[in-house]
Write a protein that binds this ligand. Sequence first.
Ligand code: ADP
Ligand code: MG
Length: 411
Amino acid sequence: RGNEHDLETASEKQENDGNGSRILVFVRLRPMAKKEKEAGSRCCVRIVNKRDVFLTEFASENDYLRLKRVRGRHFTFDSAFPDSTTQLEVYSTTTAELVEAVLQGKNGSVFCYGATGAGKTHTMLGTVENPGVMVLAIKDLFNKIRQRSFEGNHVVQLSYLEVYNETVRDLLSPGRPLVLREDKHGIVAAGLTQYRAYSTDEVMALLQQGNRNRTTEPTRANETSSRSHAILQVISLQISISLVCYITFLIVSFLLCHTQVLVEYKVKDASNMVVQRVGKLSLIDLAGSERALATDQRTLRSLEGANINRSLLALSSCINALVEGKKHIPYRNSKLTQLLKDSLGGACNTVMIANISPSNLSFGETQNTLHWADRAKEIRTKTCDANEVQIPDSETDQTKLLLELQKENRE
Ligand code: ADP
Ligand code: MG
């Protein structure tokens, strides 16, 4: 509880103190499910003061109110959301600022993690009536772009991919597994579809279709796999060019169904356009963390032999190494950690949402999730600068013309 003051200021604004910024960590408690009630479960979690989570194995809600004090453990986070919290409240507190930063050309990432059934997909995707962070973020992005149309032309590109069993697949265009390649811009999934999005309704339909494409385990027919990670990447490109160039850009980039970085550079070469800002937002619905997030190195090693999610094990190793300030961070151990390298150790505003169930039947899983959430608070990412793409400095007529067109566009 000693660092409460630090947390308060950090939650208002992701602090920069020269050593980078801290990952913001939130916890969301979901309502008790009908099945859990029928199984006679009791509530073992309480949210106190909007930021503390109190976990106790023995007390019911009434015991807590009667005794005021029962044995258990307090955890403090940037915010802790009780089961009555709406999707919009979760979005506004955790992700809205990241969307604003993406428009400024800064990268951002939001992870949801927790055991299967804890509410990760509800938080990230939600339903048509009650959309989650992924849909609300894109809706907000479109609204903000509309409000600032005078600043230039914005293009929003989406890609949605899955990591299952160390295989990366395109959820918007299922087919052969994708190969990860490292180039000077980082790790990219070669051939990943970049979908150009125009409206929120279209995005919801697209994501639902993508989610249906997520791999299901044979034993859990019709259920989304608890072992697949889904990553939605939203790229915002802001371009200051004339209308004619803009239309050319749309046509050329439509033809080049490559990764965003390739599109950006090829387009620039092809028609001399100036992409001013590129911001990438990654929204990640992780696989169920049950059994996979070992709390110490010994358990970690013993789990490695078992048939459990290698990507999640690698993620816990990376978190351990980052928190301990190790020089070597083992990103290369799994596909997921390679893809998330930027978000964890790079220049990126990063948010984690830990999802938990209130039931004492999930006590062990909840304890494990809170342990990891607590540890993640200590990860620091590099200071996040805007990805500004330089305007060519040559004195060619074309450059002059472009600058004139930009001025005209602004006017
Ligand atoms: P996970 O993706 O972590 O396995 P889900 O998001 O699928 O879990 O949630 C499991 C069930 O609980 C779903 O039926 C979902 O609709 C419900 N649920 C989860 N979180 C909430 C919430 N905050 N409010 C209402 N229902 C929820
Ligand atoms: Mg899920």
